[in-house]
Write a protein that binds this ligand. Structure first.
Ligand code: CMP
Length: 140
C-alpha cells in the first residue's frame, strides 16, 4: 500500500475546549503522522470558499458562521491509506452515530460542532491541502 496525504481541520468547538493534543494523539496512536499544521482564524471568505460544495445545503450559512467563530487547526496527515484511515479515526459526521472510540463520538457536541473535518476523497484532499498549505510547509 502506498503512503497518502489527507487534510484535516480541528474545529472551533475542539480548540475552545483545549482538545488539540488529545485529538492529535488519536491520529498519531493510529498511525497517521502530522506533516503540516497551523492554527489560524478562518476569514468568512475562506470558510465560504472552503465549503463551497455545500453552498445549496440548508446548513451552509450556519456552517460558515461556525467555522469563523474561533480558531481552527489545519493539518496535513500522512500515512498508509491516510484518507480512509482518518475517516475511520474521526467517525460518522453526526457524533450520535459515530462508533465508540472515534474522535466525534468522544469529543463531538452535535452534527455542526463535530470537532473535526477530514477530506472525503483523495482528489478533495489534494484541493483542500493546497487551499491552506504551500508545498514548502509540508515536511514528511
Ligand atoms: P465536515 O466534515 O466539516 O463537512 C461539512 C460539515 O457540515 C460537516 O462536517 C458538519 O459539521 C456540517 N453540518 C452541519 N449540519 C449538517 C447536516 N445537517 N448534515 C451534514 N453536515 C452538517
Amino acid at each position: 500500500m502506498t503512503k497518502q496525504r489527507t487534510f484535516s481541520i480541528i474545529k472551533p468547538d475542539a480548540t475552545e475546549r483545549n482538545l488539540t493534543g488529545k485529538i492529535n494523539a488519536k491520529f498519531e496512536e493510529q498511525g497517521l503522522r502530522i506533516v503540516a499544521q497551523k492554527r489560524l482564524r478562518m476569514s468568512r471568505l475562506q470558510a465560504k470558499e472552503f465549503y463551497i460544495v455545500h453552498k445549496d445545503r440548508p446548513f451552509y450559512d450556519e456552517l460558515v458562521e461556525y467555522m469563523v467563530s474561533g480558531p481552527v487547526i489545519v493539518q496535513v496527515l500522512e500515512g498508509e491509506n491516510a484518507m480512509l484511515k482518518n475517516r475511520e479515526i474521526m467517525g460518522a459526521t453526526d457524533p450520535k452515530k459515530a462508533d465508540k472510540g472515534t474522535i466525534r463520538a468522544e469529543f463531538g457536541v452535535d452534527i455542526g460542532s463535530n470537532s473535526v473535518h477530514g477530506s472525503d476523497s483523495l482528489e478533495n484532499a489534494a484541493t483542500e491541502i493546497s487551499f491552506f498549505f504551500s508545498g514548502l510547509e509540508i515536511v514528511g
